[in-house]
Ligand binder design. Structure first.
Ligand SMILES: Cc1cc2nc3c(=O)[nH]c(=O)nc-3n(C[C@H](O)[C@H](O)[C@H](O)COP(=O)(O)OP(=O)(O)OC[C@H]3O[C@@H](n4cnc5c(N)ncnc54)[C@H](O)[C@@H]3O)c2cc1C
Length: 504
């Protein structure tokens, strides 16, 4: 395993799922590329991508009700977003399937496992909404196997914790689809980076924080193949020693650290950008008698005032080789941008004259969100159990403990700020000369990481996507499989990837 190389073509900042997929894909598409990864923390992928710091749901658009929040004016449920997300997540499965088949990584069960995805609602209005959502989805070949039921016995057979002890007077409904996944994004990142570090001309250095990111003076005399675009300085946190490299391309995949790095780089494209951190907590149950009775990820409707990324769900997870149940996330107020290497000063440190107005406008116009975050952070265990009993009526506090669940830093663009909006999506920001890309925001994020970094490659390394190599590495790339006439072809590729990943 190499930690440092000289004269990298590409520097990736951060070792989360974004950098890991980008580094592995770039090297797979161009085996001559010299790639250096810097990670501030001592271990790789232990921030948002770590298994405990996200829900591990392969967001395939199957169970997440937040993608279809309301009906259309004509009364139908528009499922277009679900179809798009399904196709985007498929690219992750395709690439990871290739990674297994080509020996880049071994043992898929360490990072991906099949689990049924269920949407669960209660009350007559929500039951009718779910019925119509199912009708829209099941008509598309991606979701054809999805089942809908209002029958308690059937829903209880899918997930008994949902129905036991439930008031029989309140109608319930659920959709269920086999073929959903639980993903440990931290493990897949570490595996891909382990492979990258073994490649000649690539290095992965943990414990190295990037503290300098500047345009390099054009200096072909340094022995680089083309004039360098960026000068990157990484500090070894244990010793304080610094090393500087030059690279033609930099990817800022630093999660909560990305905004500070963009400000350091002084990109005009980053002017006015701000960050809004939202902390998270999970309730965790490790009692095998309870865990063994819930083989599903169950998503419900959003709670009023909660941001879409805080829609509660009751999930089976496979973490550290063990089955566990997670319920949440419960949002929390924080000013930290990173768990491991951040501090309470992270938020104030990113407030600059050019984004102050944006942030003040957001604070003033999003009071219900701020109040919600403060209220969430001060909840008692009993408050949290009350939310859980919407899903699992017989839940008892003694079986659950509260754990940290990661931080999401939502990107606030100047235009959003002026409109007073906090967007909960993912933003890719690329410099005009295509020499730097950065990822901001967090949702759905990890699941569609391959799709996101393919977009980065398309913008910054378009030649790598023009040959036949890309469809060896991501077989569904470049074809729109949403069209009905593509159903059979899609099925063949999807089945092959799922076999490689031991999902079927
Ligand atoms: C509660 C919660 C639930 C979620 N659930 C899901 C889900 O179910 N499905 C899904 O798809 N997504 C989910 N997400 C989102 C997902 O976790 C993120 O989109 C994804 O992990 C982001 O990956 P990343 O590589 O951008 O960042 P990270 O994994 O955070 O990696 C960034 C890395 O950069 C490092 N770094 C920062 N600054 C520097 C620096 N200056 N120098 C060097 N290194 C630096 C950090 O230490 C860190 O390791 C969830 C998030 C949360 C918080």
């Amino acid at each position: 395993m190499n930690s440092h190389i000289e004269n990298p073509d590409v520097v990736l900042i951060g070792s989360g799922v974004m950098s890991a997929n980008l580094g592995a894909l770039l090297r797979r598409l161009d085996p001559a590329l010299r790639i250096q990864v810097y990670e501030a923390a001592d271990e790789l992928a232990y921030e948002s991508s770590n298994g405990w710091n996200n829900a591990g749901t392969g967001h395939a658009g199957i169970c997440e009700l937040s993608y279809t929040p309301t009906r259309e004016p004509d009364g139908t449920v528009n499922v277009k977003k679900l179809i798009d997300i399904f196709q985007e997540f498929e690219q992750s499965l395709q690439f990871w399937g290739h990674a297994i088949a080509s020996g880049m990584i071994a043992q898929p069960k360490e990072f991906i496992n099949p689990v049924q995805h269920i949407s669960f609602v209660h009350g007559a209005e929500q039951v009718e909404f779910l019925r119509d959502r199912h009708a829209g989805m099941a008509a598309h070949h991606f979701f054809a196997p999805m089942e809908f039921s209002t029958d308690r016995a059937k829903i209880g057979a899918w997930a008994p914790l949902l129905t036991e002890g439930r008031d029989p007077a309140v109608p319930i409904a659920a959709t269920k689809m086999d073929g959903g996944t639980d993903v440990n994004f931290g493990v897949v990142s570490r595996k891909l980076l382990g492979w990258l570090a073994d490649q000649a001309g690539c290095g992965v250095a943990a414990g190295h924080k990037v503290v300098g990111l500047h345009r390099a003076a054009e200096d072909v005399g340094r022995g680089l193949r083309t004039p360098p675009a960026w000068e990157v300085t990484a500090r070894e946190l244990k010793t304080g020693s610094e090393r500087t490299v030059h690279a033609k391309f930099v990817f800022v995949g630093a999660g909560g650290g990305s905004l500070a790095l963009l400000q350091l780089a002084g990109l005009p494209e980053a002017k006015g950008l701000g960050g809004f951190p939202i902390g998270g907590h999970w309730l965790v149950c490790e009692d095998p008698a309870i865990v063994s009775r819930h083989q599903a990820k169950v998503y419900g409707q959003n709670l009023p005032e909660a941001p879409t990324m805080a829609v509660p769900h009751l999930d089976q997870r496979i973490l550290d080789g063990k089955k566990t149940l997670l319920f949440g996330p419960f949002a929390a107020w924080t000013t930290r941008f990173l768990h491991r290497t951040g501090s309470w000063t992270d938020l104030p440190a990113t407030v600059k004259p050019h984004n102050l107005g944006t942030l003040l406008k957001i604070a003033a116009t999003n009071f219900p969100l701020v109040r919600y975050l403060l209220q969430q952070g001060t909840q008692s265990m009993e408050d949290r159990m009350r939310v859980m009993r919407i899903f699992y009526p017989n839940a008892q506090a003694k079986d659950w403990k509260l754990v940290d669940g990661g931080i999401r830093v939502q990107a606030i663009k100047k235009t959003d700020g002026e409109a007073g909006i906090v967007h909960f999506g993912t933003e890719v920001l690329t410099s005009a000369d295509k020499s730097l890309s950065a990822l901001l925001g967090a949702s759905p994020g990890a699941s569609v990481s391959v799709n996101i970094v393919l977009e980065v490659i398309k913008q910054c390394f378009p030649a790598l996507l023009s040959g036949p190599r890309i469809t060896e590495v991501v077989p569904t790339y470049g074809t729109d499989y949403r069209a009905p006439e593509k159903a059979a072809e899609f099925d063949k590729l999807a089945t092959a990837a799922r076999k490689q990943l031991e999902l079927i």
